[in-house]
Design a protein around this ligand. Sequence first.
Ligand code: AMP
Length: 401
Amino acid sequence: MTKKIKTINDFNFENQTALIRVDFNVPINKSYEITDDTRIRYSIPTIQKILYEKGKIVLISHFGRPKGISSKIYSLKFLVHYLSKQLKVTVNFHEHCVGETVRKKVNELKNGEILLLENLRFYKEEEEENENFAYELSKLGDIYVNDAFGVSHRFHSSITILPKFFGKKKCIGFLMKKEIQFIDKFSYGKGKRPITILLGGAKISSKIKIIENIINFADYILIGGAMSYPFIKMKGGMIGDSMIEKNQSIENTLKKIFHKNKNNIIHLPKDVIIADSFKNEANTKISPIHSIPNGWMGLDIGPFSIKNFCKIIEKSETILWNGPVGVFEFSNFSYGTRSIAKSVANTTEKGAFSLVGGGDSIASLKMEKCDQKISYLSTGGGAMLDSLKTQTLPGISAVIQ
Ligand code: AMP
């Protein structure tokens, strides 16, 4: 991030109504209990600053994918009790986002009061960058605050269009500020060295541009999971029936990456656990990654690779991790990913900075009960990946303009 972006510290909210776009799309169980409140917890300081300054707050968020249709299942009403308890202030709720009744509710707000509005995605216009919808929303506040990192890579009305109506009175909240600051350690190589980035998962198409960028800044790039097979294949390896995502654009970018990898920044697994079918109970053996027999597929990194990856992580000062290094959903192929989780957590305890994003990586940290040891758990996997391609996220550009 090179351009100066205003944060809520640049404003005093006394007598002002803050319209805060938050991301309260939290996972819940069948009883509507929140199973991971990270996204809300990280936005609490933003809300508290405004409350402390005696501003008024209107919260807008999405929840799930109701696709423009209102329904009880996707209502945000269940959050009222939780938020009131967390903030020690009564949080009011209104079942619409736009219209006369909402404006009336907002006008009745007193300093230090909070109004949570219903799910933005009950309006199909939210996902259509709709000017009229955004204009109606803009009537609900004096200052626009974006604290919804998890959707800031989306071209949605409340993210990219709404801020246009606020002139200079728009900014980001504390959650967004942290995410940007931490990602900059990697995407621009600003972190303490050695800087290590570990990318796993299956879809290389979503991460290959990141590798192309960070190879200019990182000291080590570790690649695991099915993401590693296009690299092995390009080097002439035999990958048997392992999962591989292939297309011309991936191959062209890979060639460029190989060309840039003169200093051997990229580290691939050397051995893998192979299976004779894609199931937890499959027969398994350890194989060199370059010579997987037909009829077999690599589903986890092997012991030598775990050791090698962990050794690099342990000597790193700044670590980013996104994506499992195997099919960690199958317990028999989760060892690699869980070992990485422990290694990142232990290295953080010894003083390194760690940033972990993506649902799978965070889930594996939780499996090992070490999620609390990580310096920062990103609240947006997709947004984090887009930021690492050094694209300014559309939600951030909209606040800068
Ligand atoms: P992604 O959405 O690209 O982050 O991919 C996540 C998925 O990759 C997880 O569901 C993993 O099970 C899967 N995955 C990781 N390694 C492998 C592998 N070697 N073979 C097949 N799937 C894998």
